[in-house]
Design a protein around this ligand. Structure first.
Ligand code: NAP
Length: 257
């Protein structure tokens, strides 16, 4: 892959899918800036990815934090070529009348506001670079809703809409500045990250339900999600923008009877 010498920011780079993206990118010779809250997790990921990765503390739900971090990145790295906006959280499984207002706010502020804050500061840098691209990490639940996760579903559906709307705005060259391709991936249930072996074992019914929500009756692996993200960042997808692509084992192909 032609990521040699390119710079990628990834939010939530110290989790399952994010770490797999970071590793793939540094293995291909790129520089990865890992944005996350936990210094401990971030430093461990930085080490696992080798000298191409640098951890930067950033809470994506804090507008000032995100603005300051991207200002620093522009000053120190002279811009970026790619961005993967991946940080995301879920809430306890409850029906809407039981959703705590604080949980609603938390999910929306990380999963949706966080993507907006990041893109707002990434785009002025990305339009300076030819062949630049953003991939937002949504969810299969943002394409076909699931019950008991209304905040998560609402946040990820909104990320899909935000992705499409913004793709329209940045699809063409203008005033010597370059287009930016903006797409989303909507993974199905994926191992690692939110689905660690411990969590899967602790909630066997949920685990079965998630597995059976896919036509393939299995979880995906982080690498299977990264394959799609890598393609969306690369110029092999040079005519693709404003799409929500679903590496989901057939989750949204139709109803499984
Ligand atoms: N795993 C799945 O089955 C699945 C399926 C569909 C979609 N997804 C989506 O894929 C993305 C990654 O999920 P994952 O399973 O890999 O989960 P994960 O391991 O829990 O990763 C989430 C990452 O987000 C970061 N994060 C959370 N809140 C943050 C904040 N306020 N600011 C900055 N970083 C923050 C976490 O880092 P810190 O703890 O350091 O903040 C962590 O690195 C999420 O958007 C998720 O919704 C996952």
């Amino acid at each position: 892959m032609a990521f040699n010498g390119k710079i990628l920011t990834i939010t939530g780079g110290s989790g399952g899918i994010g770490t797999a993206v970071a590793k793939r990118f540094t293995d291909a010779g790129g520089t990865v800036l890992l944005l996350g809250r936990s210094e401990e997790k971030g430093r461990a990921t930085e080490k696992a990815c080798g000298p191409g990765a640098t951890f930067i503390r950033c809470d994506v739900s804090n507008a000032d934090d995100v603005a300051n971090v991207f200002e620093m990145i522009d000053a120190e790295y002279g811009g970026i070529d790619f961005a993967v906006n991946n940080a995301g959280v879920t809430t306890p499984y409850v029906s809407l009348d039981k959703v705590e207002v604080s949980d609603w706010r938390k999910v929306l502020s990380i999963n949706l506001d966080g993507v907006f804050y990041a893109m707002k500061h990434q785009l002025p840098m990305l339009i300076r670079r030819q062949g630049s691209a953003i991939v937002n990490v949504s969810s299969c639940a943002g394409v076909v809703p699931i019950p008991m996760q209304a905040a998560y579903v609402a946040s990820k559906s909104a990320v899909n809409a935000l992705t499409r709307a913004t793709a329209l705005e940045y699809a063409t060259e203008s005033g010597g500045l370059f287009p930016v391709r903006i797409n989303a991936v909507a993974p199905g249930p994926t191992l690692g990250g939110m689905n660690t072996p411990e969590r899967l074992a602790a909630h066997p019914q949920n685990t079965e339900r998630k597995r059976n929500s896919t036509a393939m009756r299995r979880f995906g692996t982080p690498d299977e999600i990264v394959n799609v993200i890598e393609w969306l960042l690369s110029d092999k997808s040079s005519f693709v923008t404003g799409q929500v692509i679903s590496p989901d084992g057939g989750y949204n192909a139709g109803k499984i009877l």
